[in-house]
Design a protein around this ligand. Sequence first.
Ligand SMILES: [Ca+2]
Ligand SMILES: [Ca+2]
Length: 430
Amino acid sequence: MNTYSSYECKCAQGWTGDNCNDDIDECLQNPCPQDTACINKINGFSCVNCASFACANNGQCIDTQNGPICNCSENWIGSTCQLTNFCSSTPCRSYEQCINTDVAYICEYHPCISSPCQNNGQCIETGFGFICNCSRGWTGSRCENRDYCVSDACLNNGSCINLNTSFQCHCPDRWYGQSCERFDYCSFNPCFHAGFCENTNRNFTCKCRQGWVGPKCETRDFCYSSPCLNSGVCINKNSSYACTCPMGWTGTNCESYDYCHVNPCNGRGACFNKDAGYDCSCNPGYLGQTCDLIDYCASNPCLNNGTCALELSGYLCKCHAGYLGKTCELDMDECSFDLCPVRSTCYNNHGGFSCVWNDRRRKRNLFNEKNVHTVQLPYTARGINLLKDTVMLRRALNVCEEEKHNMFQPIQVKVLTRERIIYVKFYASC
Ligand SMILES: [Ca+2]
Ligand SMILES: [Ca+2]
């Protein structure tokens, strides 16, 4: 069909192109039913399966969902076993790939073909050879060696060295351990006085030499010689030691038994420990080895120079001459004893008494001075009784013993309380 400047072809079915000389590939439209394969042909196509299709060169046809495929016999390849397999005799070397062509084979250098990388290592061709990208845990040019130096095997910048069955880390300064995981605190020499340093997880400890203590052996150990005796506990101090003694022991080194520790003075006095026993210095008001006695005399209860004497449950005052009463608080009324001679008057006074003659002149006439005697009598019941009974007195004094008619008359009685003596001046005429 002519057009204005050219022509135009109207192609028959199965053909296309300006001049209708191009075959239409109908198979592109997937025209065939399932279980068959589409084969394009000149001016058409056909749907084939093993019933309508044969593999060349004794290839075995196998129907599949997508149509027939050929299982070629040895020496043949191609979709219909139509090509000679020049590579079937493996003519190439292990590191070469055999490439089949229509007329021959070509050996191409491909070192990775022989799978030189072991243990799942990835082979990468470089043009001149190959390198192995080994999987984790393997090393070597062909991944043939176990890699014990997997990442993080050596910590803290330690360098890893593979051994036959393990790895070894070369640790940087101040680090050590299988994986350089431990810090060497001892590298700073923290222990003084030749103490032995031992690393711990997060620090160090010092094992001190004898005579030194403290976290860094910095302190002198005065307890080193075990100076505390009798199970005393030694406490180290800056410049010496102190012993904490068990109950009952005392002294710098707990060397003395403390007899005072059981409070033998009953809390009534100070206890003084001795080598074999104790002494109590009793507080005022208490007496005895253990201050168990009450000193009833401590308050000086006896008045007027009376003497206090202790009794089991109290005190007894020995009163000075002329006094009476529990505490000698009473003046003795000596005049009630009728001590004074006839014609004299008794005057009581504090702590004593006196006899005063009513007629001093007669007295002088009566008594011859050379017959006046002076005796001393004790101011006791005996002395007073002697004074009251002139017969007894005369006998006691061995004066005019045998005389029946005599005169024996006290002429003056004086009580000297300070000296506890009764002075009796008397007239005796035998
Ligand atoms: Ca066609
Ligand atoms: Ca008196």
